[in-house]
Design a protein around this ligand. Structure first.
Ligand code: TXA
Ligand code: MG
Length: 353
């Protein structure tokens, strides 16, 4: 498959973007059943017409994604929602008023109009309204629901830059719209609003605190924190966001973490391994012996850590790092979403000091 990389000027207005030839052509490609990678405010997505089984099948093929993992549909405006779901409960309306467009995905009962492979045969569908101007313009121009997982090979960190998409998937889709760096850096929050009390299925760009502030009671899928039981969001059970190197989270008092990491780094290097440390601006100076130290944002600016995480994991891969030691963050706000991704990247390996 011949793959094109088109730059779009994301500083333009939505109306202006809809007049850009790249957006017009990409929207047509989606309508014709093509695969279009595009930026959203969370991460880059790999999109296809969600009403076409054949178009959607190409997504699973391109990513190497298990077919029992359902996809999120992306809509250009809230008015379109009623066309694809059985009902819009009040709690969903409140969510949309406060957080949409933005990094929140709602799980709702579908009305059977979406292709079966999007929902993996479930009677619910996950829906979101991205706020990135390029995504909004593309979705409004195409005027179809667009199924789009993150545009990475299955299991790898999600792409936050066009070059990440290109690295993982070039030759496997039709067009990549390059709109610069994705803003949030981790995926949307997935909230199931089919029950009496909304339930958080995947932490992400909208925090649990924000949801509770607006909605009151919000449950957290208990399976999110247990490796054994089956999560309600099917995607959460797979190995995810993982770099090629073996990653360990190192948790405890900062000084103890520094001491322990430096001892492990020294020993690993003695054994001939290439070692990386994933840290923050505040602490990067303490890990001089590692082959690669990446300061992923600043502890005083949690959003900056979310923004930099996946690029950092990809950089360790590029530099053929065998072992990665990573500092941990307090389980609050956006850090709690960051920690969810880091635990998965580390496949649960945590060293407590
Ligand atoms: O930020 C995002 O959400 C990005 C951008 C591209 O929009 N997309 C994304 O898609 O992260 P993906 O496919 O990587 O993750 C979708 C998640 C998976 O965990 C999947 O299991 C869950 O949403 N999901 C989809 N449909 C569901 C449903 N009906 N019920 C429960 N979980 C669902
Ligand atoms: Mg993904």
């Amino acid at each position: 498959m011949i793959t094109h990389w088109w730059e779009v000027d994301s500083a333009d207005t939505i109306e202006g973007l809809k007049r850009q030839p790249e957006i017009i052509r990409a929207a047509q490609l989606l309508q014709e059943g093509g695969l279009v990678a595009f930026p959203t405010e969370t991460v880059y997505g790999l999109g296809a017409d969600a009403t076409s089984q054949a178009a959607v099948a190409q997504i699973f093929e391109a990513k190497g994604r298990p077919s029992d993992n359902p996809l999120i549909i992306h809509l250009g405006s809230p008015e379109q929602l009623a066309r694809w779901v059985k009902e819009v409960p009040t709690v969903a309306e409140i969510c949309m008023e406060h957080f949409c467009p933005g990094p929140l995905t709602l799980v709702l009962p579908h009305n059977g109009q979406i292709a079966d492979n999007v929902t993996a045969g479930l009677d619910t569908v996950a829906v979101r309204f991205p706020s990135h101007p390029v995504a909004m313009a593309l979705l409004q121009a195409a005027d179809i629901p667009v199924a789009a997982p993150s545009a990475n090979r299955s299991g790898k960190p999600s792409p936050t830059q066009a070059q990440h998409v290109w690295h993982d998937l070039s030759g496997r889709f039709h067009v990549l719209l390059d709109g610069g760096e994705a803003g949030v850096g981790i995926e949307s929050t997935v909230l199931d609003v089919t029950g009496d009390v909304p339930m958080l299925l995947r932490p992400g760009g909208i925090t649990l605190e924000q949801l509770r502030y607006v909605l009151g009671d919000v449950e957290v899928d208990p399976n999110l924190y247990s490796e054994k039981s089956k999560p309600r969001s099917p995607g959460m059970k797979y190995r995810h966001y993982a770099p090629s190197g073996e990653m360990f989270l190192v948790h405890g008092e900062p000084l103890k973490v520094v001491g322990r990491v430096n001892r492990m780094v020294k020993e690993d290097i003695r054994q001939g391994k290439r070692v990386g440390v994933l840290t923050t601006e505040e602490r990067k100076h303490y890990f001089k012996q590692a082959n690669r130290v990446i300061a992923c944002g600043s502890r005083s600016d949690p959003e900056s850590v979310a923004r930099g995480l996946y690029d950092a994991l990809r950089t360790f891969d590029q530099e053929k790092i065998d072992v990665i030691y990573a500092e941990t963050f307090p389980e609050r706000g956006i850090f709690s979403s960051v920690m969810n991704r880091m635990r998965k990247a580390a496949e649960g390996r945590m060293i407590r000091v």
